[in-house]
Ligand binder design. Structure first.
Ligand code: ATP
Ligand code: MG
Ligand code: FE
Length: 341
């Protein structure tokens, strides 16, 4: 099936053309990072307006890049949530308009399910696997028994890992969004210089907590106001990043072992982090487990990842209609009910 997929859940306006939920013909992402940078975070109202401005351009570019006309598109998959209501509605409204005008089916896709499915655009992974979704709004561990079949094993009790990266970057005076900057500076820092806490590392759950770690960085900065020196800055970034990675890696593989699963997938924007990719790879090799992480452009927000579950549902007759509405919160575990009827 030739699908047009649309993603506008946060600050990326994205559209893609994907064949059979596997082959990317085009994958266009227009980021709004510069529009939000001066505010130090995403401003919902600006995001909606920017999506409205960019979505026609991005869709036209996706069709052109795939060398297909709208007549060739057989279905539409759109991010229905979770995300910012106003931002989601821009993509949803346009997707509904296209589906109605062309008389083709539409399906609403969960953004996090999109992140977790991105790997299938690169290679097949057998079920079941344990998945770590690590992004700006999520740090969740799931057992995955198939597309649409997710069981939450644990999640962050406060900040998401990406949020922690961005907040620590802000404390250090680094430009928004901070995750990439921390990654870059940490590359030349000493990760063992500052013993930041590893929150919940030994609590026996698969939950995470990152707000205390962020406070630990703040406390360190107050005690050592010399962090403006380039090397100190690098060491703080590296030490903070190591603390985050230690917890993410340990809990992910503990969860996989407890679930008796030998395959692990990591996805979401923070999965771009170079130290985290290395640490996960080393941990998987030690345990003889299979690890799959999409290439960075498929880890951060894009529309091709939305087409993967979109194709799966549409080819099984699971579809939405013109009453499809934004879901600001949409836990993955609830997707199982889609198969019930
Ligand atoms: P969600 O997917 O939870 O709805 P989102 O879509 O806003 O949230 P993503 O776009 O998937 O989040 O990921 C963005 C996050 O990833 C930001 O917090 C950003 O700082 C972080 N990030 C991106 N690259 C890196 C990196 N190299 N190192 C650490 N963090 C990174
Ligand atoms: Mg984003
Ligand atoms: Fe995302």
């Amino acid at each position: 099936m030739l699908l047009l997929s649309i993603e506008t859940s946060c600050d990326e306006t994205a559209a893609a053309v994907v064949r059979d939920g596997r082959t990317i013909l085009s994958n266009v992402v227009a980021t709004q990072i510069r529009d939000h940078a001066e505010y130090g975070g995403v401003v919902p109202e600006i995001a909606s307006r920017k999506h409205l401005e960019m979505i026609p351009v991005v869709i036209a570019e996706a069709l052109r890049g795939a060398d297909v006309s709208i007549d060739g598109i057989e279905g539409v998959a759109v991010t229905q949530g979770p995300g910012l209501a106003g931002a989601l509605l821009v993509g949803i409204s346009l997707a509904k308009a296209i589906a109605f005008a062309r008389g083709i089916p539409i399906v609403g896709v969960n953004h996090i399910e999109g992140h977790l499915s991105a790997i299938f655009l690169e290679r097949p992974v057998e079920f079941p696997f344990v998945a770590l979704a690590v992004s700006g709004g999520h740090t969740h561990l799931y057992r995955v028994d198939g597309i649409g079949r997710y069981t939450t094993l644990g999640q962050t009790l406060d900040d998401a890992a990406g949020e922690a990266f961005d907040k620590v970057a802000k404390l250090l005076g680094l430009p928004y969004p901070g995750g990439v900057e921390v990654d870059r500076l940490a590359a030349a820092g000493d990760p063992e210089r500052i013993p930041f806490p590893r929150p919940l590392l030994h609590d026996g759950s698969y939950n995470f907590s990152f707000s205390g770690l962020k406070t630990a960085v703040l406390t360190h900065l107050k005690k050592h106001p010399d962090y403006s020196s380039e090397q100190n800055l690098r060491d703080i970034c590296a030490s903070f990043q190591r603390a985050v990675c230690d917890v993410l890696v340990a809990k992910t593989f503990q969860a996989a072992e407890a679930a008796g699963v030998e395959r692990v997938v990591m996805a979401g924007g923070v999965a771009c982090n170079s130290a985290l990719r290395r640490a996960m790879t080393a941990a998987a090799a030690r345990r003889g487990m299979e690890l799959s992480i999409p290439a960075p452009p498929l880890c951060s927000d894009n529309a091709a990842m939305i087409a993967v579950p979109g194709d799966y549902y549409l080819t099984r007759g699971i579809r939405g209609d013109l009453s499809l509405d934004a879901l600001v919160s949409w836990p993955l575990d609830t997707l199982k009910t889609r198969f019930a009827s």
